[in-house]
Design a protein around this ligand. Structure first.
Ligand code: FPP
Length: 251
């Protein structure tokens, strides 16, 4: 079999390699509208959205961005028509199965955040297998938020800490921001430096509420399936113009 040529994306000259975000989070919005605008069923937008995500993941890896986290399914998305929810679950499972070999070859470490126990069992198994098989990879940390809600994340961390206090293993005054972060689904990942949201909505939509405290937010009107490398380049150029002060004044 002839191996597929490896596509590499060179870093554009105008981007400063030492000022890139180390963790990019994305709210992939606008799949339905993209499809509707073309007279297609909504699911075609999700299908195309997977291609966008694959390209973005490669691009992040090639440009030296250490982590990408994508909001694939929120705790609120169960309220969508049952056919769409079923389609998304099947799509996640199929994509995971199909892309695993490539992710292995490309040194991607995949993780999932959210309450995975509510997902179909076969999807949970596929996720577990992908996590295990890629756990020692160091190319890029790719995190997929599935059945994720920022409030639920905070509540489950509170529960875990409360149980430790109840068991007498932790004193309330020992609870620090660092310890709390360590009990979130995203433990061991740095907080995102940049949040990108497509399709123009100015909302966080219950994504990474704690972790986005100091993230720069970039919103574009472009719909997710159309968010290509040049759009990502624009987002990073805008990010590099920002003055990140973290609540302090400039030195
Ligand atoms: C939001 O667009 C998109 C979603 C809720 C699903 C996103 C999922 C993918 C792109 C697939 C990712 C796959 C893997 C394996 C991680 P929308 O449907 O809300 O669009 P609309 O606002 O135009 O209706």
């Amino acid at each position: 079999m002839i191996p597929k040529p490896v596509v590499r994306y060179p870093l554009p000259n105008d981007l400063q390699p030492d000022r890139l975000p180390q963790h990019v989070a994305v709210i992939m919005d606008g799949n339905g509208r993209w499809a509707k605008g073309r007279g297609l069923p909504r699911i075609m937008g999700h299908r195309r959205g997977v291609d966008t995500l694959k390209t973005l993941l490669r691009c992040c890896r090639d440009w030296g961005i250490g982590a990408l986290t994508a909001y694939a399914f929120s705790t609120e998305n169960w309220g969508r028509p049952v056919e769409e929810v079923d389609f998304l679950m099947t799509l996640f499972e199929r994509v995971l199965r199909q892309e695993l070999i490539e992710m292995m070859a490309e040194n991607v470490r995949i993780r999932f955040v959210g309450d995975l126990s509510a997902l179909p069992l076969s999807l949970q198994q596929e996720m577990q297998s992908a996590v295990t098989k890629t756990q020692h990879h160091q190319g890029i940390n790719f995190t997929v938020a599935t059945n994720y809600g920022g409030r639920e994340d905070i509540v489950q961390a509170c529960r875990a800490l409360a149980s430790q206090v109840q068991a007498g293993n932790l004193a309330p005054e020992e609870i620090t921001e660092a310890l709390f972060s360590h009990h979130l689904y995203t433990a061991n990942l740095p907080d995102p430096d940049l949040l990108i949201r497509t399709s123009g909505e100015m909302r966080i939509s219950n994504f990474l509420l704690w972790q986005l405290a100091y993230a720069e937010i970039y919103v574009t009107d472009t719909l997710w399936p159309d968010f290509d490398i040049s759009e990502f380049h624009r987002a990073l150029a805008a990010y590099q113009q920002r003055d990140r002060r973290f609540g302090k004044v400039k030195a």
